[in-house]
Design a protein around this ligand. Sequence first.
Ligand code: NI
Ligand code: MN
Length: 220
Amino acid sequence: MKIRFLGHASFLLDDGRSRLLTDPYLSGNPDAAVSPDEVQADYIFVSHGHGDHVGDTESIARRCGAVVIANVDLLRPLFGGKGIKTMGGNFGGWEELPFGRLKLVSAIHGSGVAGALASGAVIEMGGKKIYFAGDTALCADMMFLKEEDIDLALLPIGDFYTMGPEDAVRACKLICPKLVVPMHYNTFPVIAQDPEYFRTLCREAGFECRVMEIGGELEL
Ligand code: NI
Ligand code: MN
């Protein structure tokens, strides 16, 4: 199971057969590791409707024939009638997929689309369980993730729009992931953070944290 960080909240998860891309904010992000026409994906998970998460979803989905996965209330206004393959479940239900399954979970954050909620996702892929938080505040629902036995938690630490480093460590205490990777920081001046500070806080709390370089890869 390989995870490549493309920048901001975009990761490419690859189990050797299927590739799932999260929140592909690439052409708008000068620091992105790849351009939207370089990335290959079979599935694209979109956590919510803000521009730094929807990003290049439409063009990548069209070129690759990828299935866009998001909350159904978000999918219809954003991608309905565009000739793109979509799969829209809702909170708490597992969606079965060829690579495993995916469940939408709470995120405390605006979705940018009236009537739709922002979400995170628990993703089972390659025999591993990954929690992709999307944009969120610390929230009590995270305590339910502890029983999911999360191998990897991808958590925002940028502050201002989402949890900052201190709350992200409190999230770790609820989730108890085997490994945590910070995301959603340093892309814009208001979310400037030192990820090494977060790593130190994690270590002090007994959690393993890996700070990924943009374009870097880790194996689970
Ligand atoms: Ni957002
Ligand atoms: Mn964001």
